[in-house]
Design a protein around this ligand. Structure first.
Ligand code: PMP
Length: 362
């Protein structure tokens, strides 16, 4: 029998794959729009693709287990030491490394209600307890999270912006929180979507590392950098924390294609800027369309919006699927009245809005 923490878990449910829905509906996959997994609709950077092709000649060797080149590039980019960087097989891997290294039965991790689904999975997988703190206006209630920390707490997971709600907090709130968290607690600041909010009123977690040695900032190449399929993410922390994570890491956790592509993507400033521009425009397009349908949503700084239908959305979701539109139901997040829609290309957003109008008027 699995250990008790695992028995209580349900598996992570990803967005329905396009091919699966195409088969079910007997449709051409090209006619299906998937706005369910907060992926970058732009396709990968041409530079990243070229780097992958160049790497294909050397598939028999193990990748660089220390990720020297990518760590150096990240260090140079963010003005940190390479010893502060930990690479992960997606940033999910970073979350798991944290759980493996810092949590155990008898200990707990604090995170918010409506937080990313992997926090409870990583926590319970190592037999630790997840302490779920009620949200405030669907966002993190940092004061309540502070109050939930007890002498068994070793980790706090916070995401800014948060997925699946898109909510965020500002620099003052982060500073106040970090100042009050005991030093014995590792704060994981998950910034998977931060590139979509740069220049807005969100804090840059890296600015807080020097004053808060118990802080770890995790980021990913899956979202604004458009490389979700390759699974590469990273953490920036003190060298001491990076050293701890490195002890429990799989020796070759990031593959060679991912390492090469991430390096190339990191240097492709134009691609990143285009991702951001497309997201800002798509956010506007979706909000205009939702307003026209008299729907409301949670204001979001991510590449997605949680739309509030004011009633259970299971039937709406099914009807959208029949229209060939895949979005993400939020019942698993205890938000059954919401559907989360990722921002796509202008024509994909339009397809979603048309399908939604049809479904709602049926
Ligand atoms: N954190 C948050 C808040 C996310 O939404 C996601 C992706 N859904 C991740 C981490 C993990 O992404 P990846 O493993 O692809 O880096």
């Amino acid at each position: 029998l699995a250990q008790p923490g695992v028995q209580k878990l349900s598996p992570y449910v990803p967005g329905k794959p396009v091919d699966e829905l195409a088969r079910e509906l007997g449709l051409d996959p090209a006619g299906i729009v998937k706005l369910a997994s907060n992926e970058n609709p732009l396709g990968p950077s041409a530079k990243a693709l070229a780097a992958i092709r160049a790497e294909l000649d050397e598939l028999t060797r193990y990748p660089d287990g220390n990720g020297f080149t990518l760590k150096s590039a990240l260090a140079a980019r963010y003005g940190v030491d390479a010893a502060q960087v930990t690479l992960g097989n997606g940033s999910n891997d970073i979350l798991e490394l944290v759980a493996r290294a810092y949590l155990a039965p008898g200990l707990n991790a604090v995170f918010s209600d409506y937080a990313f689904a992997v926090y409870p999975i990583a926590t319970q997988a190592v037999g630790a307890q997840g302490k779920v703190v009620p949200a405030r206006d669907y966002g993190h209630d940092l004061d309540a999270m502070l109050a939930a920390i007890d002498d068994k707490t070793r980790v706090v997971f916070i995401a800014n912006p948060n997925n699946p709600t898109g909510t965020w907090f500002g620099p003052d709130a982060l500073e106040a929180f970090l100042t009050k968290v005991p030093e014995s607690v590792l704060v994981v600041l998950d910034e998977a979507y931060i590139e979509y909010a740069e220049g807005d009123e969100l804090p840059d977690g890296l600015d807080y590392l020097a004053r808060h040695p118990n802080l770890l900032v995790s980021r990913t190449f899956s979202k604004a950098y458009g490389l979700a399929a390759l699974r590469v993410g990273y953490a920036i922390s003190s060298p001491a924390i990076a050293d701890v994570l490195n002890r429990v890491r799989q020796p070759f956790n990031v593959n060679s294609l991912a390492l090469a592509a991430a390096c190339a993507a990191l240097s492709d400033a134009e691609y990143l800027a285009e991702s951001r521009r497309l997201n800002d425009a798509g956010m506007q397009q979706l909000q205009d369309g939702l307003r026209a349908l008299d729907l409301s949503w949670i204001p979001s700084k991510g590449n997605f919006i949680a739309v509030d239908f004011g009633r259970d959305t299971a039937a709406i979701n099914q009807a959208l699927l029949r229209e060939g539109v895949i979005v993400r139901p939020m019942a698993g997040y205890r938000m059954p009245n919401f559907l989360r829609v990722s921002i796509g290309l202008p024509r994909e957003n339009a397809r979603f809005l048309e399908a939604l109008a049809k479904v709602l008027s049926a």
